[in-house]
Design a protein around this ligand. Sequence first.
Ligand SMILES: NC(=O)C1=CN([C@@H]2O[C@H](COP(=O)(O)OP(=O)(O)OC[C@H]3O[C@@H](n4cnc5c(N)ncnc54)[C@H](OP(=O)(O)O)[C@@H]3O)[C@@H](O)[C@H]2O)C=CC1
Ligand SMILES: O=C(O)C1=N[C@H](C(=O)O)C[C@H](O)C1
Length: 254
Amino acid sequence: MTTRIAVTGATGRMGREVIEAAGEDDRFEVAVAVSRSPGGAIAGVEVRDAADLPALLADHDPDALVDFTGPESSVERVAACAEAGVPAVVGTTGFTEEQLAALSEAAADVPVLRASNFSRGIAALRRAVREAVVALPGYDVEVTETHHDGKRDAPSGTALTILDDIEAERDDLEERTYGREGDAPRSPGEVGVHARRAGDVAGEHEVLLAGEDNVLELTHRAGSRRVFAAGALDAAAWLAGREPGRYDFTEVLE
Ligand SMILES: NC(=O)C1=CN([C@@H]2O[C@H](COP(=O)(O)OP(=O)(O)OC[C@H]3O[C@@H](n4cnc5c(N)ncnc54)[C@H](OP(=O)(O)O)[C@@H]3O)[C@@H](O)[C@H]2O)C=CC1
Ligand SMILES: O=C(O)C1=N[C@H](C(=O)O)C[C@H](O)C1
């Protein structure tokens, strides 16, 4: 069965990648792609005006929409999905609590699956990190992420998700320390968080656990954006036809 998707932010790094990945996979068809700068085509798909999204969703009736844009625009695009009855896959990161509440509101009308990272490797890293922090109680924990120079939000959405995972397992870690400068010895309740921006790195996340004479480093590196696009497409196929509500990428991988 073919899953017909709508893609927002078509000219963005991820929007483009999703359109190209869908074009190379028989299971998917891009029913409509929108951009703030319409015109031209990406992988043979005409790029339409994002301002017309509500009408385009009504006309094309896609099985799911895939959004990798920015927080404000993502909330607007998902509201259009709620209005049109289209399931939404959201890969955008950097949301405020208020924006997350708006996405939850939309999930009362349509299925909404949001994930800070659509790579299977990160799903495995998260499981390994949760296990490691339990196995190594009292160890110091530091999270470092590295991304391309165009990334806007810091720390990355994935780093924040990993920090939530770590804090859920370790009650003693109560303070996130973002970088260090000056006279800054470590205090026991800290989790260090470090964001590096350089070149065209697709995405790297490292968790360091260090105790007396024992150091464990768990690292995931995305080789390209294609891994995120592939995961988002899997999520779109999985989400199509589900009941309204909030869904998680881990459910897609079960
Ligand atoms: N969950 C995951 O696995 C992944 C998540 N991401 C996240 O996806 C998001 C996009 O990343 P990336 O593609 O690199 O970013 P880009 O800046 O390359 O692309 C984002 C695109 O979204 C659209 N856009 C951005 N801001 C607005 C706005 N205010 N209003 C309307 N449209 C807007 C634009 O497309 P246009 O002009 O065509 O409308 C823009 O080109 C980020 O939040 C990033 O963290 C990225 C990779 C993987
Ligand atoms: O902006 C990116 O590029 C990425 N963003 C996501 C994040 O913020 O975690 C996922 C991935 O690491 C790439």
